[in-house]
Design a protein around this ligand. Sequence first.
Ligand code: SF4
Length: 398
Amino acid sequence: MKLSTKSNEHNIPEYSLTGDLLSFLTCSLQYRYQNKGALPPSRPLQLWFGEFIHGVMEEAYTQWTLKKTKFPWDWLKDIRPIEEKIDRRMQARGLYPPNPKYFTPYRDVAEETYNEVPPKRIISTRIENSINLWGKHLFPLMDSAEVLIKGLRKMPSEDEINKRSEFYCVNGVIDVISSLKMSSSLKDNLIIEYLEKEEFYNENHLNSEEEYEIIIDYKGMKRPKYDNKTLENKSTWNYHEWQILTYNWLRSRQNNSKKIIAGIIFYLNELLPSNEDLLVIKRDIINGKTDVEISEEDRELIENWDGTEENFPKLSDSFKLDRSIRIVEINKNKTDEALSEFDEVVKNIEKSTLNESKGKSIKNSWRADGDNRTCDACDFKNFCNKQGDNSFKFLTIP
Ligand code: SF4
């Protein structure tokens, strides 16, 4: 019996904003091995933490709506049970915390130190800070969490004859949507205070009684480097803005959406950076590659720090808060630009996929273009082109 196959027009390639597009921008070759080759990273600390922090914040919000527990939450009584619940859920899917140095897993507590107090490691302290410093301001503003969004776009291609489809589907999950209007009950809210420091926010919305939305995204990483002189396109700083602007486009096409006026990104590692994070933060500050102004006291602490864990400086809460929140202005022009940037990314992924399907080797179809920090943690560094052949060029099959 002859099995029928889907015709090309029904085969629409689907791209996830974070899993595909941002991942391809981080390094195309690593993306090819990990996503298309289904090779999981051997040291997935950042991936694990990203998923863990999203799960914990969502559950903490659910608990807060049910019990309205007053802040600050006690780590052992209020937060640790949530951590254990999410850890159990992730372990059931085979996702184990990478190293007990960073986090005390549920299993350690259950089997070895039952009835004893679990040690609070760096990830737990970071979570405690996320809930007690930001959660108390964020939860009252939240309308929905983990909102799936999808949309179709015209497939960009240089090769009209060989393109896989007329359209591609882009999808994503918005961590939090806040729905609010100006009201006196929000006057003491720190997030609103940060929004009110932005000219675009005040110009458009201070006198409005209309309800509006804010898109919020958590990132389990430090604030990216920012350079206003050479704000070249290929920077993590820009990629995160494009992500929020694309969420804006996708969300605004849903029937129940309201006017979206801003995006907020929380860089949660800033609430307790690892030693390695702080070394990079120190370098950014010394080189002037940051958009955040810091106090003289914090600058002195950072500049005089010798880089060791023993002498890790005690930085102020305002340093942590200012560096952990980023407000993104949303408007039509910026959104159109972001969409066309991501169209370009899709075009390059399609081009690499086509090259490979025509017989080019993987290494000659996908660019090896991770930055030093990405390469350091990459499983493929021993055999990728960047290490062995600096003259690697993106090859196109004629
Ligand atoms: S070592 Fe660097 S350039 Fe090579 S695949 Fe890994 S991240 Fe990409």
